[in-house]
Design a binder for this molecule. Structure first.
Ligand SMILES: [Zn+2]
Length: 68
């Protein structure tokens, strides 16, 4: 799994948000990080090959290599 860039490769927005998967009850600290665009919730189901980060400004997500 590739690392998350420090800034969005498209719009240069920083920080790029980590996508948190799973059944998460956000704590106050997490909600604050969500408001800052540092994390987003990805939902309960972890899909194989799902992106691990998303730009909270332009919505760009991690680009996975296509099927070989
Ligand atoms: Zn962006």
């Amino acid at each position: 799994m590739a690392g998350k860039p420090a800034a969005c490769p498209d719009c240069k927005f920083s920080p790029v948000a980590d996508i948190i998967y799973g059944e998460v009850k956000p704590t106050n600290a997490m909600v604050q990080r969500m408001h800052k665009g540092e994390i987003v919730l990805g939902g309960c189901f972890v899909i194989d090959g799902a992106p691990t980060w998303r730009c909270s400004q332009c919505g760009k997500e991690e680009e996975k290599a296509g099927p070989i």
